[in-house]
Design a protein around this ligand. Structure first.
Ligand code: CMC
Length: 387
């Protein structure tokens, strides 16, 4: 047998391949649309809870539907007590450098699966119930994990607060300002859904085997962790910290340019830049950049300087490489300005993207065929084991 030659050239990374159909989201050069609504419209006019409902249930909620949904989420924020010790153990592993928050969150969702009476039920009703419970509980996992890292008692969920406000409250034990809540809420709206990105595709592949929703979400978390995907929001901020360390406290244009030229010479991937689909800019990035910069101006010069550094880096990337920032670039600077610990940026992405993932898992289960493509074999020719 000889090596099989593919009939057509293979698109590395499946670039440009249409791998399915969805009614949930449209990602195009010129628009990002969630179930018929444009992202700038949603970021300006819808709360994260409204967007979550839109994605999970399929239509814009009425006032009554929204209230019932918000009440349901608030009532479901507690996590089983047996998870408390696990989160403390996870926090210790993080402090010791043996794990990162995305690992602990993945384990947390895995443990929640065991405690969910609907776990093995893939019916539409059970999947929606599980999706809402995960949406409600993920901020509690993140909050408790951060509390344990910081050595403080667990901050309990506050049912008077929105999803975004409660997330900030649980991580810090401090009531967030209205401005901070707004920035977090919009960032969650922007992160909620993005068609066949790597983590969502992972979720759909897992769901297509008729495995359960929690298992698919664990796969999604594992995929999102990588720095080429969701992990880029942390990596972008780490890169800016590295530049700051290298160039010193001033935003010296010559030094920034020299740093960038060295990065280009080293063929470094600059984190928070580039996108498989958007070649002329990510629709979400300017929305978050504007909000984050406003937050920085309200906070102090130190944070404005961070944004100015980011803008200088962005300018060089755009003018010299024609590569634009994706949403993770302003996200890194924005969450840093809000005082959020860097390793929690990607878990916060999960707190939002759980909605898109679950919508896709439900869509897959509703009209399923196992996702099982072919691959072109490039290994050795046929040989005999005994000679
Ligand atoms: N820094 C430097 N060069 C880059 C970058 C970058 N961030 N992104 C793309 N390029 C170069 C790339 O090396 C390639 O050059 P060449 O043709 O010389 O090999 C050229 O631009 C075209 O790259 P591409 O085909 O558009 O890239 P891709 O579609 O294979 O990968 C990507 C997309 C997002 C993984 C990549 O741009 C990247 O690694 N970016 C940095 C990580 C990042 O910010 N990820 C977040 C993605 S979006 C939001 C999310 O998922 O969270």
């Amino acid at each position: 047998m000889t090596t099989q030659t593919p009939a057509a050239p293979i698109a590395k990374g499946l670039e440009g391949v249409i791998a399915g159909e969805t009614a949930i989201c449209k990602v195009e050069q010129d628009a990002l649309i969630y179930r018929g609504y444009e992202i700038a419209d949603l970021a300006a006019n819808a709360s994260f809870e409204e967007v979550a409902y839109l994605l999970l249930v399929g239509h814009k909620p009425s006032a009554g539907e929204l209230k019932a949904f918000e009440d349901e989420l608030k009532a479901d924020r507690d996590i089983p007590a047996m998870m408390h010790d696990k989160l403390r153990e996870g926090a210790k592993l993080i402090t010791d450098g043996a794990a990162v928050p995305m690992d602990v969150l993945r384990t947390g969702v895995s443990v929640l699966a065991h405690m969910d009476a609907d776990c093995q039920d893939n019916s539409a009703d059970a999947n929606l119930r599980k999706s809402k419970r995960l949406l409600a509980k993920i901020p509690t996992i993140i909050g408790h994990m951060q509390n344990a890292i910081d050595g403080r008692d667990f901050v309990e969920p506050d049912s008077s607060l929105s999803h975004a406000a409660n997330l900030l409250w649980m991580m810090t034990g401090e009531k967030p300002s209205a401005e901070a809540v707004k920035v977090m809420d919009v960032s969650l709206v922007l992160y909620a859904e993005h068609d066949y990105n790597a983590s969502t595709f992972t979720c759909r592949v897992i769901a297509s085997t008729l495995a359960d929703l929690h298992g698919a979400v664990c796969g999604g978390i594992a995929a999102l962790k990588g720095p080429l995907h969701g992990g880029a929001n942390e990596a972008a901020m780490e890169m800016l910290s590295e530049i700051r360390k290298d160039i010193g406290p001033k935003n010296d244009a010559a030094k920034i340019n020299a740093w960038m030229q060295q990065a280009f010479a080293d063929k470094r991937k600059l984190m928070g830049f580039g996108h498989r689909v958007y070649k002329n800019g990510d629709h979400r990035a300017p929305i978050l950049h504007a909000l984050g910069r406003k937050a920085a101006e309200a906070r102090s010069d130190e944070y404005v300087k961070l944004f100015e550094l980011g803008e200088a880096v962005q300018n060089i990337m755009e003018t010299q490489k024609h590569i634009f920032p994706n949403v993770d670039f302003p996200c890194g600077m924005t969450y840093f300005t809000m005082g959020i610990p860097v390793p929690q940026y990607t878990p916060i992405f999960v707190a939002s993207r759980i909605t898109g993932w679950c919508a896709h898992i439900m869509e897959q289960h509703a009209n399923n065929r196992i996702i099982r493509p072919r691959v072109s074999y490039t290994g050795p020719d046929l040989q005999k084991w005994n000679g």
